[in-house]
Design a protein around this ligand. Structure first.
Ligand code: COA
Length: 160
């Protein structure tokens, strides 16, 4: 079974990697799909986000990195895969995720959303939190792999 794991990944954190790692063991293939969302102010360009994902996930043979724009249901149809994974970190995620799952189901009745509960130790993590800690000089090494940490610090140093 192939699943899509969509998100902004600006940038990828250990929380995302944990979900991808666990999915890679339960599904035959995981397509990690980076949303090209111009409305969100991203630290990293779409190419940079893809590059970081490829680097940190290079050891996974059954994980593919892709990009998409527009509606997730249309992208899923294009990929001939109507199953999507979303991580749930806390109850606060649930309302938004439920709304998205219901809207997507309304748009395409064949579309299915699977929720994977984030590990407790990552339940508080988000890409914005990591960027904020780094901006104020905090240590982010326990939240992101080294290559991502360096990329964030380079952006901050460059006056992001
Ligand atoms: N570990 C760590 N962080 C996690 C996480 C996890 N397991 N799961 C989510 N997050 C964080 C992300 O880092 C991100 O943090 P940020 O806001 O600080 O950047 C935040 O949670 C949001 O997660 P993300 O997965 O990037 O969601 P999103 O809301 O940006 O995008 C899409 C979700 C891509 C699935 C959705 O926007 C989409 O489908 N868009 C296409 C348009 C569409 O079809 N719309 C109709 C559907 S309603």
């Amino acid at each position: 079974m192939i699943v899509i794991y969509p998100g902004s990944f600006d940038p990828v954190t250990y929380g995302h990697i944990d979900i991808i790692d666990r999915c890679s063991k339960k599904f035959s293939k995981v397509v990690v799909s980076v949303l090209n969302n111009r409305s969100k102010k991203n630290m990293f360009s779409i190419d940079e986000r893809v590059k970081l994902l490829k680097e940190v996930l290079k050891e996974y043979d059954n994980v593919e990195i892709d990009t998409f724009s527009g509606l997730l249901v249309d992208y899923a149809k294009e990929k001939k895969c109507n199953k999507v994974i979303r991580g749930l970190r806390a109850v606060s995620d649930f309302e938004y995720e439920m709304q998205m799952a219901l809207v997507n189901k309304k748009l395409d009745d064949e579309f299915e959303t699977f929720f994977m509960v984030a590990r407790g130790r990552y339940a508080y993590l988000s890409s914005s939190i990591v960027k904020e800690i780094a901006t104020f000089g905090g240590n982010i090494s326990c939240f992101v792999p080294k290559v991502v940490e360096n990329a964030i610090n380079e952006k901050i140093g460059g006056g992001y």
